[in-house]
Design a protein around this ligand. Structure first.
Ligand code: PGA
Length: 256
């Protein structure tokens, strides 16, 4: 059975309407390999514009829209927040949850991340669940413990069977935006650990789970990273803002 590969663009708090329009027209020139999806996650104000540009250019359905953040609540007195059901209503399919910037800058705990994954699934969105260790944790050989501690609350909250609608992105914190990428071997070793961890609960789910690598992925290193047995694409920050580079990364992904 083939496993889906995904290339997801995390624009963070960058971009503009002009970039939305130019990116959609550039993506119209990309030929994706079989069993590959591309997800663009711009800031919330640009979600509708991305969908309008995709519709007016007939962008292939293999390109879809993701959001970067949302509330664990569905509605109510939460000024400034956006719910998963609202995002779903405006055409969002994927949602980034637990990014290390949300965990460290906005103090999002793994318990909150688990609640958000539940809320996303309840609204029919596919969470891109980000996990990863810090430089100190890797140096102290705590990577596997940290990843298990980030995964377990989500498994407890939503149940392993619901991971069939979850994507996991392994992003070592020390590799995000730093230009330091995990070597393909190191990334593969950690991805294999994550897949085996999930397989202890459900082998079938683990087999089909898209496991993305993130952290300074670029046009030069993507091919080797994506060639690893347990790496099913990437979550791309900086390089996803440059159409020429992002197109190369999209074309490098292959379904496994
Ligand atoms: P980067 O960001 O590609 O700029 O390292 C990745 C991410 O934060 O998702």
């Amino acid at each position: 059975m083939k496993r889906l590969s995904i290339v997801a663009a995390n624009w963070k708090m960058n971009g503009s309407l002009a970039l939305v329009n130019s990116m959609v027209s550039e993506l119209n020139n990309v030929t994706l390999n079989e069993n590959v999806e591309v997800v663009v996650c711009p800031s919330s104000p640009y979600l509708a514009a991305f969908n309008a540009a995709s519709a007016s250019t007939n962008l292939s359905a293999a390109f879809s829209l993701g959001a970067q953040n949302f509330s664990e609540h569905n509605s109510g007195a939460f000024t400034g927040e956006v719910s998963a059901s609202m995002l779903q209503e405006v055409g969002v399919s994927y949602i980034i949850v637990g990014h290390s910037e949300r965990r460290s800058i906005y103090n999002e705990s793994s318990a909150l991340v688990a609640k958000k994954v539940k809320a996303a699934l309840a609204s029919g969105l596919k969470p891109i669940l980000c996990i990863g260790e810090s430089e100190e944790e890797r140096a102290a050989e705590k990577t596997e413990v940290v990843l298990a501690e980030q995964l377990q609350p989500v498994i407890d909250e939503v149940g392993i069977e619901n991971f069939k609608n979850v994507v996991i992105a392994y992003e070592p914190v020390w590799a995000i935006g730093t230009g330091k990428t995990a070597s393909p071997e190191m990334a593969q070793e950690t991805h294999q650990f994550i897949r085996e961890f999930i397989a202890k609960f459900d082998e079938n789910v683990a087999d089909k789970l898209p496991l993305l690598y993130g952290g300074s992925v670029n046009a030069k290193n993507c091919e080797e990273l994506f060639a690893q047995a347990d790496i099913d694409g990437g979550l791309i920050g900086g390089a996803s803002l440059k159409a020429e580079e992002f197109k190369i990364i999209c074309s490098a992904a292959k379904g496994k």
